[in-house]
Design a binder for this molecule. Sequence first.
Ligand code: 9PG
Length: 537
Amino acid sequence: MDIRLANQTLSINATDCRHVKGGHIAVASILTVDLPAAPVRYLYSGWQSWSLTAWVETSRPIRPMRPSIMHPMQTDPAYARKTRPHGSWYGAVEFPTGELIFVGALDLESHVTLDGQILTGWYEVGQNSVSSNEWFIATGEEDEIFAHYAELLSERLGKGRTMDTYRVWCSWYSLYTEIYEGQLLKILNNLGDLPFDIFQIDDGWQIGIGDWEPNARFPSGMDGMAARVKETGRKAGLWLAPLLVVPSSSVYREHRDWLLHDENSGLVSAGFNWGEQLYALDTTHPEALDWLAALMKKVRGWGYDYAKLDFLYAGALPGKRHVDMPRETAYRHGLAVIRAALGEAYFLTCGAPILPSIGLCDGLRVGPDVAGYFASPRDDILLMNFAAPGIRNALRTTLNRLWLQPLVHTDPDVVYFRTRQTMLTPEQKSFLQNLAEVCNFKATSDIPAWLTGPEREALRGFLESRPEVQKTGRTSYRIADREVDFGSHIDMPSLPGGLTNLHGAIIGGLANIRPLMNLFDKAGKNSLKKMLDQNPV
Ligand code: 9PG
């Protein structure tokens, strides 16, 4: 059938189509849109927090990201090797004239891809009772299209609670897993009157992934830590990865049936981290759900009012579940249980599939991790991995996800004010600070003892400011009276040529060898320990 959009007629393949505010809603388990011309850019929509989301030239060849061992934890592994532009739930194309055509699913387990001049959207589960098979089709100005799309999604998925964002001190981006009770208490004390609402303890407090009890470095227990945080007038925050399970954990030993299996009764890989193979909890298993709810209540009981729940993609990986349901629906099922058990606590999702998290959390990490460097040539050129930590990767993906703001707090990750222990230039640090203002989500891991007097005051000013933010262009903003354009700083690096690509393939191949990864892990940990010895908190 033909639909009229702005000044053009599009031929689409759908069983039904109706006009709505800002565009059309078409019904099709597989939708095809014949494009009037060859597009020059495609909007990739990454599956989870860390996955690349960006406008990319259609002339750019698509190469799978390296290393493949990371596919389950950095992208949707079911589509990681696709050689056409592909995105989760939605996609858009731009023509040489600057005009856009957007196709976005109104339900989960959906994808959009571009093949020449045909844009195709499909639902993984096809015609079934779960999905409405609806698609929003629109043209026009990017922000308007997304505003309409967000409204349609909010009707179907809900949105976060209308509470203010918090200002967060987070332990990760200075101390990583090297955290100790005494050291954190010292930092807490040194934060003094800096206006942080949340003191958030990240990865490193737990016995193991799946064993969510304090390890020997926290002799007063996590309840003891929360009590000390609350004495300073702040709320306590805690990191967990509740949908991951590692072989060394008691859950793995005692409840193998709670884990996500594949068709051949093997376990589904959720990636590789902390020197261990990762597995996923099956969020349709009633006992696993009871365990999850009890875990959340335990954390609440310890006194934590802010939960950063990470590596959540694990709950939505493809696999065979205890109760047969589509994977993102299964994830949402688990998230609803978590949300209910967390009660009034602030719920930040991370490493989380984007649309399936909407309506069930307060905040959502919308980009990869930041780091003490702008970009890594190894990740950019050799591995072609844009989900890897770094400022440019974080800026790029976060900026392309700001349309989610009516639905959820958009967390761009932390900012840096320190000079110590980072290679970032003042300009690069200011990109992150500006992005945090645009997101209205402010966090840092800066250690007070590492800040100079002026840096500490700059951090205070940042935390206290509530500037007016106005979007002035596709990548530019006015923040108070400053004009900020992120545009040229988020370009994709060029693709490697033959020899460099071969070098990358070798590096990527080596990274798939687990014992080798463990060696690197150990080396990294040692240099972190050394750095912390030389830079007391
Ligand atoms: C704690 C960290 C921090 C951080 C999170 C998340 O692909 N990866 O291997 C990968 C590992 C860690 C990671 C992101 C990606 O960081 O985003 O803020 O909480 O976990 O381990």
